[in-house]
Structures are given as structure tokens and as C-alpha cells.
Design a protein around this ligand. Structure first.
Ligand SMILES: [Zn+2]
Length: 292
């Protein structure tokens, strides 16, 4: 959840032949680079593997943790760290139920003291919440759950992979075609720079709305009030207005997110109520899909 205005604009790429004539000879490879979201079923272009994105993300995460440690800004407030970890611990199992491979990740949750109101989850299961975001929004537990589930939803949805794939595809069609065949074996210096630059770049409008949708579902499965997603974004809008939270031209303004989330609140209401019953009488929970 980035709350700073950013100016970089990135082109999006849809899973369809963009230069038909050039693609025809390599169409089979191109098609195998298309995947679909584990929750929403939306087609996604994946020119890099999750292993590649995870590897780069782990390097970036290690640097960030080391920097925070050196600044004495890592988990300074034990109560806050415990609170964030406790809420995240309820949501993470919901994500792995939709995509079992996530259960094998070594999940970590940390709170950084940092001036930028921000939170993120990197591939590999590394979650960071900046203390300034908590100070800025003063979220309830249900609202904090929505922040965390939104970030986890980005990772569950492979948005990092998709973002990097879009960046590669937007450079030149031929490069995209070349690396769509053997991206991880030709993952050399020029592409490493691109991947590292992109992995921390803002998400697109489409993936932000998808993370809202998947996130509220994860939180509902964990027994957190879906309506908290609406009140959370109402807080953001009250503090910054629609314009300020449009991080770049492709991001949805708070009002659009709130309208979409209000629809999702209704879709996941039954899931939320069932999860609450489960919490009251502990038993194995089964993730559910929202009503169509
Ligand atoms: Zn997001």
C-alpha cells in the first residue's frame, strides 16, 4: 500500500498477441507464457518464473532488513510487531489454501520505522509494514487485516511476475519473444537490471483492483470484517483525497476503490460469517470462493 504520489507511468500488456506477424513463428512459446490468477482466473502474461522473482525479491528484502537494522529501525515497538504478526498469521494460511506452494515459503513479518507510509509483501512471503502507515491511518485490527491481505493478495496473484513481464514486453516485441523461450537461462545483466527496477515499482490499476478483490476475500476467510476495507479507504480519502492517492495515472482513485469494495463486501459476507463461526468453534476451515 503505497501512499505517496508517483509519477512514473508504465504500459500494461494484455495476454494477447501484440505484434501478430512477429509472434506467429513463436506462438506456442508465447502461449505457454500465459497463466491465470489462482483466485480470479484472469489471464496473465508471465515471461519470468516465480523462482526468478523470488530470488530477486529476497535480495532486495535482505538489503532492506539490514538497512533497517543498521538504522535501529527494525521492530522497535514489540507490541506493534506482535499485533501485525498476529493478524498476518491468520491471513497467510488462507492464501496458501488458494495456492498450496505458498505454504512452503518462509514467511516473515516485520515493522520498519520509516517516514514513508507503506506496506508490501514480496514474493517468498516477506511482509513489511512501515510504522508511519500505522501512525497515519490508525487502523483497527480489521482495517490492518485489510492492508495485510491486500499486500498478500498481490503476491498470491503473482503481480510481481506480471509487472516484470509487462516491463519486458513493453521494451520491444523481439526481446519479449526471445526471453519468452528461455527467460531464466538468459537472465543476464540487462534483464536483471530491469527485473530489479520493476519488482519494487507501483502496480497497475488493474492489479490494484484485483488485489483489493482478492485481499478482502482472504481477510473474510480469516474472519476479518470485510466492511473494514471500505472504512480503511474512506480514511485514506479523508486524509489525501482522490487525487493524492492516485499514485500514477494508472491507479484507481480512492472513490473508485471504495465503490468496488462495497460490492465485494456483499460478495464475501457469507464467507465472513462462516469464518467467524469457525473462530468461535475451532475446526479445519475450508476456503470458499465468492458468489459469482
Ligand atoms: Zn496494492
Amino acid at each position: 500500500m503505497h501512499l505517496l504520489k508517483q509519477t512514473k507511468r508504465r504500459r500494461s500488456f494484455r495476454c494477447r498477441p501484440f505484434v501478430a506477424g512477429l509472434l506467429v513463428p513463436l506462438l506456442p512459446q508465447f502461449l505457454t507464457a500465459c497463466a491465470s490468477n489462482a483466485v480470479t482466473g484472469r489471464p496473465q502474461l508471465m515471461l519470468v518464473s516465480e523462482a526468478t522473482v523470488t530470488s530477486v525479491s529476497m535480495g532486495a528484502y535482505a538489503d532492506l532488513v539490514e538497512d533497517a537494522r543498521l538504522r535501529r529501525a527494525l521492530n522497535n515497538d514489540p507490541q506493534t510487531t506482535e499485533r501485525v504478526r498476529r493478524i498476518a498469521a491468520r491471513i497467510i494460511p488462507q492464501a496458501s489454501k488458494y495456492r498450496p506452494a505458498l505454504a512452503d515459503w518462509n514467511w516473515e513479518v516485520n515493522v520498519f520505522r520509516a517516514d514513508t507510509p507503506n506496506a508490501f509483501c514480496l514474493a517468498g512471503g516477506k511482509i513489511v509494514v512501515n510504522s508511519s502507515l500505522l501512525a497515519y491511518l490508525q487502523p483497527s485490527d480489521d482495517e490492518l487485516a485489510q492492508i495485510l491481505s491486500h499486500e498478500i493478495a498481490h503476491t498470491l496473484s503473482g503481480h510481481g511476475q506480471e509487472k516484470i513481464s509487462n516491463a519486458i514486453a513493453s521494451r520491444t516485441a523481439l526481446k519479449a519473444l526471445a526471453i519468452s523461450q528461455r527467460i531464466d537461462t538468459i537472465y543476464t545483466k540487462p534483464f536483471r537490471g530491469l527485473v530489479e527496477e520493476t519488482v519494487t515499482a507501483p502496480n497497475s490499476r488493474q492489479t490494484e483492483l484485483e488485489a483489493d478483490r482478492v485481499g478482502i476475500l482472504l481477510a473474510a476467510n480469516a474472519g476479518f470484517d470485510p466492511y473494514a476495507a471500505v472504512t480503511l479507504w474512506e480514511k485514506v480519502r479523508a486524509r489525501q483525497g482522490d487525487q493524492e492517492v492516485s499514485f500514477n495515472s494508472t491507479h484507481p482513485p480512492a472513490s473508485e476503490r471504495i465503490a468496488a469494495l462495497q460490492v465485494e463486501v456483499q460478495r464475501v459476507q457469507t464467507i465472513y460469517r462462516e469464518a467467524q463461526k469457525t473462530l468461535a468453534a475451532p475446526q479445519a476451515a475450508t476456503p470458499q470462493a465468492p458468489a459469482p
